[in-house]
Design a binder for this molecule. Sequence first.
Ligand code: UDX
Ligand code: UDX
Ligand code: ADP
Length: 466
Amino acid sequence: IPTEIKRICCIGAGYVGGPTMAMIAHKCPQIDVTVVDINPQRIAQWNSDELPIYEPGLDEIVKEARGRNLSFSTNVDQGIDQAEMVFISVNTPTKTFGVGAGRAANLEYVEKCARQIARVSTGHKIVVEKSTLPVRTAEAVKRILSSGETKASFQVLSNPEFLAEGTAIDDLLAPDRVLIGGECANAIESLVNIYANWVPRERLLTTNLWSSELSKLTANAFLAQRVSSINAISALCEATEADVDEVARAIGTDSRIGPKFLKSSVGFGGSCFQKDILNLVYLCEYFGLPEVANYWEQVVAMNDYQKRRFVTRILRTMFNTVSDKKIGIWGFAFKKDTNDTRESAAIYVCRDLLLEKARLDIYDPKVPQDQIKRDLMWALTDQGAMSSEQAQAAIEENVRFADGCLPSATDAHAIAVLTEWDEFADVDFQAVHQVMKKPAFVFDGRNVLKDMDLRQLGFDYYGIGF
Ligand code: UDX
Ligand code: UDX
Ligand code: ADP
């Protein structure tokens, strides 16, 4: 096995595969990096000036490396064939059907990749799991790779990605650590050598395969657990006149607790937290550990409660009805600096408001309208809440899109802030107050307007946890 890799292929050009490979190409000009995907539209976007994902700093890195040692292609077979190391970076959504529906990871795409690698490969290849996978998935990947059909030999590594959206480039440039799990020292060394081009050696952690797979699920479960814990306390704060941000600051100074990830909010979203915890829950059940499963499941239950609680507070405060009232929705992405809406709290909040027959005027600086419509369509029809025709009609009748905060607030009875976009703090709130109906309610699901003296300006201002 060579420990100096010259050609890499990554299967899957998504939020993980795209930025990660762009960074490797950027930092390792001696390595040829090809990112392949079955979705021709995605690949076309990666090859254009309009990249498929918005991520600060990504454009520059892609433009610099593209055409030199970074390419995007739909030719998956060729990509695999030419590479010495193949990353699997395809999506692993929660299963929606059959055994483990709603919890277990759907490994269909990973398995298809493994089969394709086995079929196409000759000689020796290192296969790297980049997608977040249930612990022991590498076992399945290994078995598929070594099943009768192949002419090649393989080593499997686990190299989970810890980047967060919105800060992907910074996270990739200076990761807290890079985790590499494997069984073969040479294979591990070859991947260590790639990262060592820019990551200090002491941050390159190597473990066995199973610890690496499990660490990714555990990291996300712990992070989400912190948000659910502080959100649980936010409910108690609202009942007791304590202030959750003061509590967070007070506990965060304890070095054993630490200050990060204690921001109370309308609820965590994103493609990873819920999916990975449910996956962990399923694994615990599978291995006969119901107590452990129940413990972690509460993190998701608390998050669902927090989203519901936000809508309930809006309703109660607005005299128990929002029917036919216009509500300006500020922010739809699951966090700032991304155009990603997967599992965004905004989807659930907007759904519940639409079910209460509110009229929404949505503004998000980065999320396209079509995406928001698709998300709401899914949410309204999920579990048969509405038929497709009803949902379509509800959206057409009650959802509008604004191109800024002020238009979204015009004639509105309330504003709901659902993403912490920086620009919301630069808004002229005097002007906002003028164009709104009175009383002018503001429900700040991110506590980003807390220092703006909105009450002084005449707003009825409510945040989370105070
Ligand atoms: C705790 C708090 O740390 C302290 O801030 C508060 O004022 C009083 O309660 P104490 O109970 O004295 O202090 O000890 P602590 O070090 O927190 O340990 C509590 C228990 O947790 C011990 O049984 C300890 O063995 C256990 N523990 C602690 C673990 O099992 N694992 C750990 O990683 C840390
Ligand atoms: C997360 C992990 O951070 C990352 O390491 C992993 O690779 C993928 O999953 P991501 O989902 O992109 O990254 O964003 P993150 O910053 O973790 O935020 C997740 C959600 O939690 C967001 O909705 C965010 O708004 C929310 N959050 C985060 C809070 O509500 N409060 C906090 O204090 C932190
Ligand atoms: P993540 O956030 O994990 O990166 P995404 O959904 O953004 O997930 O990206 C996963 C990508 O993987 C998608 O663009 C999808 O088209 C691609 N993909 C899924 N299965 C395959 C496959 N068998 N071969 C090639 N690409 C695939």
